[in-house]
Write a protein that binds this ligand. Structure first.
Ligand SMILES: [Fe+2]
Ligand SMILES: [Fe+2]
Length: 171
């Protein structure tokens, strides 16, 4: 445990931060797997564009899990050791892509990103001026989640519009 590194926290316990980070860590792994499996099972119109996006997001969520685990260790904590713990610690849960239709999958993923944005925004409020390292890391992650939501929404809107266009032309 890095004592001096921990001593720069101001008015917040390291354990409070690691508890929050472990919950986010669980979310990231579940988000990683959700994107991973969605990219494998997705079906329907413009699915190639969706696969590219989902695969990129999976890589980003895994990178977030890596960042968060590093910070938990710096703070003297232990990242969740078992996948079973992901389900007991998650904030945003896990939604299996039972409906593989591209629009359903995108909708489900947008909901997940919106949850992640709220959670990280909350961690920023708690760590602001108290734990600058966690604050900076979470700001970077939050920027990715905001971009994820935007990318998915833009793709959802494109596909939706394309379908409407086709329907109009065959009437
Ligand atoms: Fe993430
Ligand atoms: Fe994300």
């Amino acid at each position: 445990m890095a004592k001096r590194g921990i001593s720069i926290l101001k008015g917040i316990e390291a354990q409070t931060v690691t508890t929050l980070l472990n919950k986010a860590y669980a979310d990231e792994w579940l988000a990683y797997y959700q994107y991973f499996i969605e990219s494998k099972v997705v079906k329907g119109i413009m699915k190639d564009a969706a696969i590219t996006e989902l695969t990129q997001h999976a890589a980003d969520e895994l990178r977030h899990a890596t960042l968060i685990s590093g910070r938990i260790i710096q703070l003297g904590g232990t990242p969740l050791l078992s996948p079973k713990d992901w389900f007991t610690h998650t904030n945003c849960g896990y939604e299996a892509p039972e409906d593989a239709d591209v629009l359903s999958i995108l909708k489900q993923s947008i909901k997940g990103e919106q949850c992640a944005i709220s959670i990280y925004n909350g961690i920023l409020d708690i760590t602001r001026e108290k734990d600058v390292i966690t604050y900076d890391m979470v700001s970077t992650i939050l920027a990715d989640e905001v971009e994820h939501e935007e990318d998915l929404q833009a793709l959802y809107d494109d596909i939706h519009e394309f379908i409407a266009e086709i329907k109009k032309n065959i009437q």
